[in-house]
Design a protein around this ligand. Structure first.
Ligand code: GLA
Length: 402
């Protein structure tokens, strides 16, 4: 018995105290950036689209801005063979996923794939239930770098168990992969998934509208404002390596330019994953400008990894702050209404602080310079009263520099 205890202790020391497998560490110290096929193309995907997307991202400025994951969502699957190994849809992916991964890698990008905890995916393709270790091994052999793992047809499973099984399977397969949980917040993953995955969805699916709810018979899709509201109680659960995921971006998928800008800005204030969801091959210049604004991206990718919070609400206007590394702050004034508003902010009278990150802006004593991140203009400093007009469904986004 003594010998056994000694062996256990030695093993615990060797594994750093963790006897179970780990998610791969260090893969998402800032929120992951890339593209995913679902929001724009749903099931209408094939290898040509994925190659062309990689070509576009490698040359249109997206890769340079940091978007590196090219993620295939649902509907790439064909059948399992007699040994239970999964194969891609022969018509849509005739060259196979390994060849596709090699191609994406040759562009300096990484490949992501999709599966589901249940026996079938949401679109009715083969899910991973009972094949988790086989699937993880297959993805690793193909050279996959990122797995989004969904929650359809999983009613009789324990979410904690099912996602831990796939995490362990990825670990056993030995290839580092970002593990993206997609169980829509149903089992409050923010309470338990920190050691399971690198990111977890917090809500049902997004829809490209600013302020709407789409009712399907047994599920809903939510617009931008409704998703933002659902994030408000969750900020303390996220941080480097473990992110709340308010779903993929709808920038370029039909909202107005103001709305796209506001959606994008608020996802940055939430330190959300940056998974674009539009057609990378045919982008309007304003869409590309929004997606690749370096100073706005820097708010999301900030090393501190702290989500923003609502400081004040006044009519349709919410004022958000996000503490940044090195003493700076991001500020985003969101106009939820449809008509423009005049906004003013007298810094020295405002007490902006965050008990979670233990940061105090100290506007009464510290003067910051104020930079408008969308116009790229300096707007003076926090000595002067800030005054700006904000259009309906738009934002004023600032960086306050020490
Ligand atoms: C779910 C997910 C979506 C997408 C689809 C695919 O609805 O939440 O993001 O992956 O399944 O069928």
């Amino acid at each position: 018995m003594k010998k056994f205890t000694a062996l256990l202790l030695a093993l615990a020391a060797f594994t750093g105290g963790n006897l179970h497998a780990q998610k791969f560490p260090g893969l998402a110290l800032t929120p992951p950036m890339g593209w995913n096929s679902w929001n724009k193309f749903q099931g209408d995907i094939n290898e040509k689209l994925i190659r062309e997307t990689a070509d576009a991202m490698a040359t249109n400025g997206m890769k340079d801005a940091g978007y590196v994951y090219v993620n295939i969502d649902d509907c790439w699957h064909g059948q399992r063979d007699a040994q239970g190994f999964i194969h891609p849809d022969k018509k849509r992916f005739p060259s196979g996923i390994k060849r596709l991964a090699d191609y994406v890698h040759s562009k300096g990008l990484r490949l992501g794939i999709y599966s589901d905890c249940g026996a079938e995916t949401c679109a009715g393709r083969p899910g991973s239930r009972g094949h988790e270790y086989q699937d993880a091994l297959t993805y690793a052999k193909w050279g996959v770098d990122y797995l989004k793992y969904d929650w359809c047809n999983a009613e009789d499973l324990s979410a904690q168990g099912a996602y831990a099984t796939m995490r362990d399977a990825i670990h056993a397969a030995g290839r580092p992969m970002v593990f993206s949980m997609c169980e829509w917040g149903q089992n409050k993953p923010w309470l338990w998934a920190r050691d399971t995955s690198h990111l977890w969805r917090t809500t049902t699916d997004i829809y490209p509208c600013f302020d709407c709810t789409i009712d399907h018979t047994n599920w809903q899709q939510w617009g931008v404002l409704r998703i933002i509201d659902a994030q408000k109680p969750l900020r303390t659960y996220a941080g480097p390596g473990h992110w709340n995921d308010p779903d993929m971006l709808e920038v370029g998928n039909g909202m107005s330019e103001n709305e796209d800008r506001a959606h994008f800005s608020m996802w940055r204030m939430l330190a959300a994953p940056l998974i674009s969801g539009n057609d990378q091959r045919h982008m309007k210049p304003e869409t590309l400008r929004i997606l690749t604004n370096k100073e706005v991206l820097a708010v999301d990718q900030d090393a501190l990894g702290i989500e923003g919070f609502v400081y004040s609400t006044n009519g349709t206007v919410e004022t958000w702050f996000k503490p940044l590394a090195g003493g700076d702050w991001a500020m985003c004034v969101l106009n939820r209404g449809t008509t423009s508003v005049q906004f003013s902010f007298n810094w020295k009278n405002e007490n902006v602080g965050d008990s979670f990150s233990q940061r105090d802006a100290g506007f009464a004593t510290t003067i910051y310079t104020v930079r408008n991140l969308w116009t790229g203009n300096d707007m003076g400093g926090t000595k002067e009263i800030l005054s700006a007009e904000i259009s309906g469904h738009d934002v004023l986004m600032l960086r306050l520099k020490k």
